[in-house]
Design a protein around this ligand. Structure first.
Ligand SMILES: C[S@@+](CC[C@H](N)C(=O)[O-])C[C@H]1O[C@@H](n2cnc3c(N)ncnc32)[C@H](O)[C@@H]1O
Length: 423
């Protein structure tokens, strides 16, 4: 195996060490330049290897435990896990094992374990895909599985775990004609209007990227702006807007948009996205809670646990432990109250989170309606193409789950509700 293979795999192991040892998210690590020394193609590969390892972590540990008397240090365990996932998913044994041994040998603190790594991986390679495929689908860690089973029951959680393990296709939102985009990129037009590609390759090489015909956005993440249904001539406030997927949807509808986010670096992404797609929005780097004014419609995509995005971010359940969720839930309800104060009489607030936890969705809406006597839930706003009425919840919101559309590649977990203010 070429030297670049070792470097790429070593970088993937570094990502695993940071996620599993330090509780850091891959997006943070990559944003901080963790893969900068690799060529762009190798960066994507290192990221993919780390993600696949995190998806299959439970299976990798089950495969390895048969061959280990005691746990080696974390970084050696991560070398073994990465190689096990590769071997069991069809990687060539020679290259995978040699690189794993070399990674361990190059580090003074681990070089004494190269013999162990070699011996264990030879055994794993001999068992291969057959032993891997009969293991159960990896489960969510207990801290998240407990509340999820309480909310949805064990069968639904198992279906969600299968969706997490399967990963996610690439979804695009078209600036204009979605059918034309589907044809140009060779994708499928979903009933909700998104374009889906099961095998994407390099995004910037797809037809229409440079000319800004579309942007990457999960099919579920595209629903909130459809529920908002902005009209030409309306003034819409998009709160927590970065990186701008929903801002662009609203701008493409012809409405005037003011987009707010308190993260300057993420706001820069909104500016770049608008530039590429030729769409317009007023951008404010600032806190939701300090916004003033009166708008026809407000969209609040509140910061949340992001548990709906585990298909794309398999690091999340391993890096987090749920300790921040209480604070997020409190912040969401203050944001809803403030966002409602910015809605004109007769106007609407669309509240959404990419969370699977009812405390960040259904419960927020039930409580908001109880706090605000002039606010009702607008169920009719959810009557949209491709939306199954069975997805509508008791309080009138929309619960989207990763196990929906299982035969077509799934969707992110999301919660969306439209709150209408009395006129
Ligand atoms: C779920 S993401 C938004 C995704 C975005 N709406 C889209 O469709 O591309 C949440 C965003 O909230 C922003 N945020 C968190 N707390 C905030 C606050 N107090 N005020 C403004 N923005 C905030 C974060 O910077 C982050 O970009």
């Amino acid at each position: 195996m070429a030297k670049s293979g070792v470097q790429t795999r070593r970088s993937a192991v570094y990502l695993l060490d940071q996620v599993l040892g330090e509780g850091r998210l891959m997006s943070e690590l990559i944003g901080a330049g963790a893969l900068e020394r690799l060529e762009p193609q190798e960066r994507a590969r290192a990221q993919r290897l780390a993600m696949e390892t995190l998806r299959g972590l439970e299976r990798a540990d089950r495969m390895l435990q048969k061959h280990l008397q005691k746990y080696p240090p974390l970084t050696v365990r991560n070398v073994l896990r990465l190689a096990t996932v590769e071997l069991c998913q069809g990687g060539a044994a020679h290259g995978v094992v040699n690189d794993a041994v070399e990674i361990v040998a190059r580090n003074k603190r681990t070089q004494s374990m190269k013999g162990l790594v070699n011996a264990v991986l030879r055994k794993v390679a001999a068992q291969g895909a057959e032993a891997w495929n009969i293991l159960r689908v990896p489960r969510l860690p207990k801290w998240l599985r407990g509340p999820m089973v309480a909310a949805y029951g064990p069968e639904t959680v198992a279906a969600m775990e299968a969706a997490h393990f399967a990963g996610a296709p690439l979804d695009l939102t078209a600036r204009g004609d979605a059918a034309a985009v589907a044809e140009a990129v060779g994708g499928t037009l979903l009933e909700t209007g998104s374009v889906r590609l099961m095998e994407a390759g390099q995004v910037s090489k797809l037809a229409g990227f440079a000319s800004g015909e579309w942007w990457v956005q999960d099919a579920a993440a595209a629903i909130p702006a459809k529920v908002l249904n902005a009209q030409e001539g309306e003034h819409v406030l998009d709160l927590c807007a970065a990186p701008g997927g929903k801002t662009m949807q609203i701008a493409a509808s012809g409405a005037k948009v003011t987009a707010v986010d308190d993260n300057p670096a993420r706001m820069e992404r909104v500016r770049e996205n608008l530039e590429r797609t030729g769409l317009n929005a007023e951008l404010i780097v600032g806190d939701v809670m300090s916004q003033k004014g009166s708008y026809d419609a407000v969209l609040l995509d509140a910061p949340c646990s992001a548990t709906g995005t585990i298909r794309r971010h398999p690091d999340l359940p391993h890096a987090k432990d749920g300790s921040e969720f209480g604070e997020l839930i409190g912040m969401q309800s203050w944001m809803i109250d403030h966002a409602l104060s910015l809605v004109k009489p007769g106007g609407r607030l669309v509240f959404c989170t990419c969370s699977l936890l009812p405390d960040e969705g259904e419960v927020q809406v039930e409580e908001a309606v109880a706090r605000h006597k002039d606010v009702t839930v607008d169920r009719a706003a959810l009557e949209l193409p491709g939306i199954d009425p069975a997805w509508i919840t008791e309080e009138g919101g929309l619960r989207l789950r990763p196990d929906y559309w299982a035969d077509r590649g799934g969707m992110d977990g999301f919660y969306v509700a439209c709150l209408r203010k009395a006129g």
